[in-house]
Design a protein around this ligand. Structure first.
Ligand SMILES: [Fe+2]
Length: 286
């Protein structure tokens, strides 16, 4: 292994500490996911202008969550992985919270993300805030649509869980680790979810697992862990559909309040009063 790679690997393990002004309040997070921004402003996904829909979601967050402390972007930030799309996302969303964290999805290009954030902690993966640890996982494999954790990624997760001094843990990733009832999407579920959960189950500190990719809301409990997925900031996929199908639901985001006792309050919010131009009859995927 080269010296450079060794350093990068050890940097990833390094815990970033986010200092808070008011430690009495719960930690306020917002999650934006699957923005699918194009290389140029105004590019469309199934007829939808993904910059325009993101702008509406940003307006909503500004109105509803002015005291967000941390913005999580959980993958498919870009539709094609162009540096210009990451720069635009950064410029459009950077003011929503004092701290931002990104992780890659299957449409993203990690090298372009790293280029956008040279020297910036936005791609930090092991973050301590209050008595919580937020671990940003990479479930994407270049060239593949579906999710999987590499052996190195599971080893990274184990290291973070074993060494954290925080009492409570939130895991963030792009792909879904459980089947969600859409056959076409369930083929893209994290392939080695069994190994992932076998690891997670050893640590009672894990309180929540949060992801994107499925472009729909999901709130479930597994043992005492909250499982959460979030509407995209652009097109929405229909729940419980065996085949690819769009839902007539507006874009949205998720808010989370992480309490010092380990409780998570959370919910989603969708844009209202706007009718988006979308090719709803499109039936062959995206
Ligand atoms: Fe995705």
């Amino acid at each position: 292994m080269s010296k450079r790679l060794q350093r990068r690997n050890s940097d990833q393990r390094h815990t970033l500490r986010i200092e808070r002004n008011n430690t009495e309040r719960p930690i306020e997070l917002v999650q934006i996911t699957d923005s699918h921004l194009g290389g140029q402003p105004g590019e469309e996904l199934l007829g939808m202008d993904t910059d325009q829909s993101l702008a509406h979601v940003i307006d909503l967050i500004e109105a509803e969550r002015p005291s967000a402390e941390l913005l999580l972007a959980t993958g498919d930030i870009s539709n094609g992985g162009s540096p210009a799309s990451y720069l635009r996302f950064q410029q459009l969303t950077g003011h929503l919270a004092p701290h931002i964290l990104w992780l890659p999805g299957n449409h993203d290009a990690l090298p372009a993300m790293q280029q956008t954030f040279a020297g910036d902690p936005a791609l930090g993966r092991n973050i301590e805030v209050g008595n919580w640890q937020i671990i940003m996982l990479n479930s994407a494999t270049p060239g593949e649509v579906g999710g999987n954790f590499s052996a190195g990624e599971l080893e990274f997760l184990q290291h973070c869980l074993e060494t954290t001094e925080a009492e409570h843990v939130l895991l963030c990733m792009h792909h879904h680790p459980i089947p969600i009832g859409c056959d076409w999407l369930d083929g893209q579920q994290v392939r080695n979810a069994d190994a992932f959960f076998a690891l997670v189950d050893q640590f009672s500190s894990v309180r929540g697992i949060l992801w994107g990719h499925i472009h729909q809301e999901l709130d479930q409990q597994r043992n005492s862990v909250s499982l959460m997925a979030t509407p995209s900031s652009c097109i929405q996929f229909a729940a419980n559909s065996p085949d690819f199908k769009l839902a007539r639901l507006n874009p949205g985001y998720r808010w989370l309040s992480l309490h010092a006792d380990g409780a998570i309050d959370t919910g989603i919010s969708r844009v209202t009063g706007v009718e988006f131009d979308i090719d709803y009859e499109h039936s062959s995927g995206y």
